[in-house]
Ligand binder design. Structure first.
Ligand code: PGA
Length: 257
């Protein structure tokens, strides 16, 4: 059974002092817990990746990037390559977040290029997919999810389920306070697993960690984790406060008992 992943996506919301204080607030309590069943991940902005690895050294927290360049190197002002992330010893990076797709015009094809760049550099992508409200209301959720999976993972070899995670994040639930119900999320997670089974094989489909994201908080996490195909959360707002983040880790630990 894979670990439950409690991943915090901090977006562009935390600066240096805030990050230092957060790390200080969680490090000793995490080290005092038996974390065998839960994997905490935190994704700060680029400038703080290295700092956070230092601050949380020896703790079970994995640090992730929020994005990556699709180019290997060169004259791309403002971009950060997968090789650079890898040189920091990072193991994970979010890719294809709906905010990147919406504000930076990222297509499935571009997300695929970024994802391959990460994999080529030994970094595990946390691939985000999800439908908009218009698409859900128009009844095309399944079609959109399948199109994103087909586009982002076209001819992508996955030999080991541990090399990638998928995050189902309905766009209408992100930052809105409007969470998908456990049943709504479960329905899409099932669709994702069956696509993985058809595209790869049963073992890959069973073992790939599929996170739910969109207004996850301590109050709704247990209900989501009770669903058979939800393996954790990709959490924005509620991951910004140390006490709430720790609370969600405890809920995840409890759900593994
Ligand atoms: P939220 O964000 O938890 O604030 O809705 C989730 C995300 O964007 O990954």
């Amino acid at each position: 059974m894979s670990k439950i992943v409690i991943a915090g996506n901090w977006k562009m919301k935390k600066g240096l002092e805030d990050i230092r204080a957060f790390c200080k607030a969680i490090v000793s309590s995490l080290m005092a817990r038996d974390m065998a069943g839960v994997m905490p991940i935190l994704a700060p902005s680029y400038p703080f990746l290295d700092l956070m690895q230092g601050e949380l050294k020896g703790s079970p927290v994995k640090i992730a990037a929020q994005d990556v360049s699709s180019h290997p190197a060169g004259a791309f002002t403002g971009e950060v390559s997968a090789a650079m992330l890898s040189s920091l010893g990072l193991e994970y990076s979010i890719v294809g977040h709906s905010e990147r797709r919406a504000h930076h015009d990222e297509s499935n094809e571009l997300v695929r290029e970024k994802l391959l760049m990460l994999m080529d550099n030994g970094i595990k992508p946390i691939l985000c997919i999800g439908e908009t409200l218009l698409q859900r209301d128009g009844g095309s959720t399944k079609e959109v999810i399948l199109e994103q999976l087909d586009g982002c993972l076209r001819n992508v070899n996955i030999y080991n389920a541990e090399n990638i995670m998928i995050a189902y994040e309905p766009v209408w639930a992100i930052g809105t306070g409007r969470t998908a119900t456990g049943e709504q999320a479960q329905e899409v997670h099932r669709i994702i697993r069956s696509w993985l089974n058809n595209t790869y094989n049963q073992a890959i489909a069973d073992e790939i960690v599929i996170l739910y994201g969109g207004s996850v908080k301590p109050e709704n996490l247990a209900g989501l984790l009770a669903m058979p195909d939800i393996d954790g959360g990709l959490i924005g707002g509620a991951s910004l406060q140390a006490d709430k983040y720790l609370k969600m880790i405890d809920i995840a630990l409890e759900s593994r008992k």
